[in-house]
Design a protein around this ligand. Sequence first.
Ligand code: SF4
Ligand code: FES
Length: 572
Amino acid sequence: MAKVTIDNQTFEFEGSPMVLQFCLDNEVDVPHFCYHPAMSAPANCRQCLIEVGMPDRDRATGHAILDEDGNPVIQFMPKLMTSCTQPAADGMVIRTHRSSDIIRRAQKDNLEFLLINHPLDCPICDQAGNCPLQIQAYKFGPESSRFEFEKSHKPKQIELGPNVMLDGERCINCTRCTRFTDEISESHQLTIIERGVDNYPMTPPGVVFDEPYSMNVIDICPVGALTSRDFRFKARVWEMSSTPSITTTNAKGSNCHYWVQDNLIMKVTPRTNMFVNEYWLADEDRLDYRRFNDNRPSGPTVDGDPVTWDLAYEHARGLLAKCEGAEILFVGSSSACVEDNFLLGRMAASLGADTPVFVEHAVEGAGDNWLVTDDKTPNREGCLRLDMHPLTGDSLRSRLSSGAIKVLYVLEEDLITSGLCSAEDLSGVEVIVHDNSISNQLVNLAAVTLPAAMIVETVGTYVSENGYAQKSVPAKAIRAVNRTLMMSIGKSRADMHGTPFDKWHHEENLIDCLPGWVSIPVVARALGQDLSFKGPRQIIEELSDSNEAFAGLSYEGMGEIGIQLEEVAATA
Ligand code: SF4
Ligand code: FES
């Protein structure tokens, strides 16, 4: 196999990878700005410099020339090379900043040039603390600036589109943003204008940067030039925790990080998963986070009055116990996780009711064959694999009008807003609902409400429209758990070093709700049904053993990047 030596360490490789990507893949840190693995390499930032040498060969024989110790003599190229555009070759010898004074000096000088016109905005810049330019300036840059002239001034606070703001002075002209719109989203909505030190990215005349993936340029900008109009100045990176999870606005299962401050979701950013969303996230996946914070019901109710959980469970039990199985309609949810829907199905079966149904939330033509899908829920495929069928308005209304349904047991759905029935249709029907929004119209007429934890507060499994199973972990706490003791919740500096009495900690941000896999078994147990599982992990184990569509599925198998259900079934 071909070999390359990097800083006196030998690596084997196949093909002809670019040295920078090869270094990154092998955890050799090489500073860089303009390179992105998904896009072309213009080599314009000049920060990824390396020294490149090849064994010197005798021209007559072609054999390597050896020094007096028997080692090959290495002939280094006279100029420094950019590692992002330098293919690795067999026998190549590379020196990075770790072993070369020349490279260290070149990178330091390059940073001095990049910083000449860069404003000292770090104290008020959203990117500070998570900024490649700031990090590299600290690690590799000069300690101070020698530039004594006035900096070049460019436009600031330019609204490129509804979601992205540009600060032209912070731009280092890496062209990552323009390449994204040219090569990835292909919207061609950004270009570089002006010349020399005055240039910066801009939309062509008459164009608004409003493509559905515009906010990806914020993540890939290696400085704070492009910021989110929604998130600007709301929180510093060290004040937030970030937890890996998935988004729920589409059925793609795009991987994300939920950023949390004071137990509120502040923003959503992409998480790399080459099997699902690669490096990207649709804007609608990012901006749909307020429903996790706002309009949340807190604490159960009976006939609209707040009660304890025990009283609510007892009332639900009483309503269900009065009915024959067929008189109860269980409605699951493609927004709820597999575990909750599975338990709902078990409870329905144990009471002699039909398998739960679910409500479709597809918007025909909304999908783009990329990360935006027609289906606007994360787990329709999971529901189908649990043998649940879509509920239609006609069938619901006809069953309601015939008086066949006495109790409607609903998991995280709003049948009225979805247009499946009206409040009048439900007169005479007792409604029990696990709700997570006070705008759910069923709440106003429900006999019992049991507030449900959302994906950002619980562990759960979701199956994408392609049959890819992934699990969520809690990003924020609910009232029933101690955030500090929840190992899976990301930790911010305030979490690690703060106290509950700190001024950034507000008790009212802890919502009194429970995951369905906690509350459904309590209702079932009150009815004498045994639905006891130690936790969601054991629910998935049981499902894996009892349903072929989930054969072999486990939390370990899903890990952080998920797994294709067909693949795991083939090896089960
Ligand atoms: S705005 Fe950011 S991503 Fe775009 S060219 Fe400037 S530095 Fe690069
Ligand atoms: S990363 Fe190689 S020149 Fe910018």
